[in-house]
Write a protein that binds this ligand. Sequence first.
Ligand code: ATP
Length: 207
Amino acid sequence: MIGVFGGTFDPIHYGHLRSALEVKEVFGLSKLLLIPSAQPPHRSQPVASAIERLQMLDLASSNQAEFSIDARELERNSPSYMVDTLSSLRQDYPQETLLLLLGSDAFKQLMSWHQWQRIFDFSHVVVMTRPGVVLDTLHDFFKERRCQRITELASTRAGKLYFQQVTPLDISATAIRQMIANHQNPGYLLPDTVLAYIRQHQLYQRH
Ligand code: ATP
């Protein structure tokens, strides 16, 4: 089973890392791919460059053997649609079960994503609970796919929806960027190595 965790990671923080580690352990993932997006279709452009975000991901994940960085969205010259990413991952890993990891705030937006239903043709979706986000009633499409047991996910390669509780960490990249712009210290919200990189490269200093 391979986890697929996309985001702007601008910067990566412990909310991402801790949730990803917990999902990796619960599902026994052999690999977890961190996939930074190039041109997120649904939001403003990242503040840090693609290279800077890649380097921060590298610093944050180098001590976790199962975490690897996949730069395919940065290498594509088109908007970072998750359905395209999953379709190309499916070609690379034809026999593997793929799990797309989404925070609950991202899941709430899922129905506005490009060809969102097709995402389930390529992977399962695991929603990681995030503090402060209340999920509305589920659309019938999701109700039909929701399953309660992890074993149900392991028996197919794609198509199911699962909700996984993770330790609530109310950390966001936006809040970290704002703290830096306000000359506050975001220490302990993200790895020290990433914070040192941000300082060295003078990132996020302006509002
Ligand atoms: P920003 O504040 O810039 O929007 P972010 O902190 O939400 O950034 P993203 O890179 O946009 O981070 O998020 C990538 C993925 O990680 C999304 O699926 C998001 O829901 C999830 N995520 C982000 N922060 C957390 C957190 N604290 N706990 C659980 N999941 C999270």
